[in-house]
Write a protein that binds this ligand. Structure first.
Ligand SMILES: NC(=O)c1ccc[n+]([C@@H]2O[C@H](COP(=O)([O-])OP(=O)(O)OC[C@H]3O[C@@H](n4cnc5c(N)ncnc54)[C@H](OP(=O)(O)O)[C@@H]3O)[C@@H](O)[C@H]2O)c1
Length: 317
């Protein structure tokens, strides 16, 4: 039996460990592919810690939920599927799940950028009826996913992109990356509310990476200032760095055409999301997340590394 290296989750309280496991045997139309690069996103970390809705139901389990891979014919592709166990030298994939990656693309760059950019791309393409010319507010715009959201929204034709975030230096930098207006999130709640009211009262789509109390504050400020109450406001919950729950009064829903949805594994029909289009855009540099490359042999060190702003750990077998 031929063996390979893989990162195994044995306890939700420990990082994945490097182990030798059998190379999977192709069956039922599945293809054995070489893994080239795996981005260590919040979802990947959360799944390996038992804290994400895609976490394995039993242990031990292979870590990793997506990867850039090379097929038998040499083509590059991206695959995303919880349960894939992508942190391994080779994985079995269903060819219909593969998103083509242009030849010549840097696998580490695609791995670093895909999860971040996919969140806004998929939300705008497949979760709301976003039309070029509409306006988009990104809350949590200073993170990898949020800053990618600014670029993606502009790339998909947003007429106006408003970026809200805490890190002032990073926020200011977004003006050069597609943001038209900024909402600095500070501990001064009144000033934050005024900034939301000024920049985003009539916004069409909100991509919310923060949720929790900061989202409650943003909703309150925007809905209070809104004048066109029947104009659809699509609020998409994409991340939860500020908390996983909100309290929302029924009046807010009755008084405004507010539609709340979420975007992630399970809520999206990926065929609707034009992922090959995203892959091509990333390969040509749409998003600026830098890979911090760590070999698979050092997977435990990779888990201990804290990504700097604009950086994403990428494991290469
Ligand atoms: N659904 C999807 O498809 C999808 C895909 C990718 C990511 N996500 C989710 O999106 C979120 C962000 O991911 P990421 O990759 O961008 O993470 P990241 O690069 O680590 O950035 C985290 C961001 O959250 C901000 N933040 C944290 N707490 C905050 C608070 N209380 N108020 C305002 N901002 C706060 C941070 O601001 P500071 O810099 O000021 O600390 C930072 O900008 C995560 O929850 C992730 O799981 C979802």
């Amino acid at each position: 039996m031929s063996m390979m290296k893989a990162a195994m989750v044995e306890s939700f309280d420990e990082p994945p460990h490097l182990r030798s496991v059998p190379v999977p045997r192709p069956h039922s139309g599945k293809e054995l592919v070489d893994v080239l690069a795996v981005g260590i996103s919040h979802a990947t970390r959360g799944a390996a810690a038992g804290k994400h809705y895609t976490s394995p139901k039993s242990l031990p389990a292979l870590a990793g939920i997506d990867a850039v891979v090379r097929r038998k014919n040499g083509d590059l592709a991206f695959v995303m599927s919880p349960g894939t166990g992508s942190l391994a030298e080779r994985i079995l994939v269903d060819p219909k799940d593969l998103v083509p990656v242009p030849r010549g693309a840097d696998p580490a760059v695609v791995a670093a950028t895909m999860n971040a950019a996919l969140s806004s791309w998929v939300a705008l393409k497949a979760r709301v009826h976003f039309e070029p010319g509409q306006s988009v507010l990104v809350i949590g715009a200073t993170g990898n996913a949020g800053s990618s959201g600014v670029r993606v929204a502009k790339h998909l034709g947003a007429a106006r992109v408003v970026a809200a975030g805490r890190n002032r230096e990073r926020l200011d930098g977004l003006l050069a990356e597609g943001a038209d207006e900024l909402v600095p999130l500070t501990s001064d709640e009144a000033a934050t509310a005024v900034a939301y009211a000024t920049a985003a009262a009539e916004i069409d789509v909100v991509l919310d990476y923060v949720w929790g109390p900061p989202a409650e504050q943003a909703m309150q400020a925007i809905l209070s200032a809104r004048t066109e109450h029947t104009r659809i406001l699509d609020w998409v919950q994409v991340g939860g760095t500020g908390g996983m729950s909100i309290t929302l009064g029924g009046n807010a829903l009755r008084h405004n055409a507010l539609r709340i949805s979420g975007s992630g594994f399970g809520s999206v029909i990926m065929e609707d999301a034009d992922l090959p289009g995203l892959s091509a855009a990333l390969a040509s540099g749409l998003v600026g997340v830098r890979p911090h490359i760590v070999p698979l042999a050092d997977v435990e060190k990779a888990w201990a590394h804290v990504d700097r702003p604009g950086e994403r750990t990428v494991i290469v077998p």
